[in-house]
Design a binder for this molecule. Sequence first.
Ligand SMILES: [Zn+2]
Ligand SMILES: [Zn+2]
Length: 346
Amino acid sequence: MLRFPVFSTIVSLVAALAVASPSVAQKYEPPIAALPANVQWHMKMAYLLMNGDVSEKNIPMMFSGIATDPKIVKPPYNVMEDNKFQIATKAFDQLYFVGWNYNGAWALKTNQGIILFSTMATPQEAQDIIEGGFHKLGLDPRSIKYIVIDHAHKDHFGSAKYLQEKYHAHVLMNAAEWDMPPYPPQPAGALPISPMPRRDIDIVDGQQLSLGGQTVTLYVTPGHTPGSVSAIIPVTDHGQKHTLLLWGATGLPATLGPTPRSGGLRQYEASLWRVAKIGIDAGVDGLVAIHPIADGTDVKAALAAKRKAGEPNPWVIGQSTFIRYMGAFIESVQASIDYHESKGEQ
Ligand SMILES: [Zn+2]
Ligand SMILES: [Zn+2]
């Protein structure tokens, strides 16, 4: 059993690009014969669009919305128990990741302070991993001016109150997340629920957040939760411009329609289509996520550490790969929708 159930629904977008090759696409054959034909078709579409860019161990996560029956979808490997390790890396000239290989935070450095995206799970993680990672990277946590929380799950807001009180940073979240009903009782051994930060700024759709001459654009992309937020983040790599999409909330909802704590699969898919279009218009050529397992930052940080002058930035995937991944992601969600509908869910 997974200790943290949320992990089992993380969709892996980009993991293990380093080992990508066309032959990988043929290696994993999900036992999908028992599923309805339209579900199989969307799973195959997702799989072929990925073209081997998702590692075999992560492929099952793409289809985690289909079934929990291990005969249909193999359980993902359990990062909670498998070799947990810490990451502190500079991904772009002004963008840094601190975390461990399951969860973390992105820091955008400007000449007037830092915008922090997500805050991990606990004040202890803030001290050990965010402040500790900042120290390793030469960043000053006292310069955190804004904290953007992509959604109000405990693994994302858990140290926001600590950072808000210690550094007087502004905390931003969509109103639907501030208003989300409290967690139901958690199973034994589950991640603790830290206190919420004091309500500060409500993110509205299309909001631009500027600091030190840099501007990120925030979009409300419901699905994983009622008011999940994604961001378009312009960066540079050795001075060369790139545009990133931070897809704010990766795990697939358990229902087709919205619930008090979820936006539902249909809204999730609509948000993906919308962000795909926004991403094309913005020229997105790189994807990042809060969970390294979803954007491959666990692998890419290691590549970045060995990167030599002139070698490509591991987080830059190009516009056409960006849209191919969005297509694969949309197909995996559509497979889940069709699966739920085949069970008679409305
Ligand atoms: Zn979540
Ligand atoms: Zn999460």
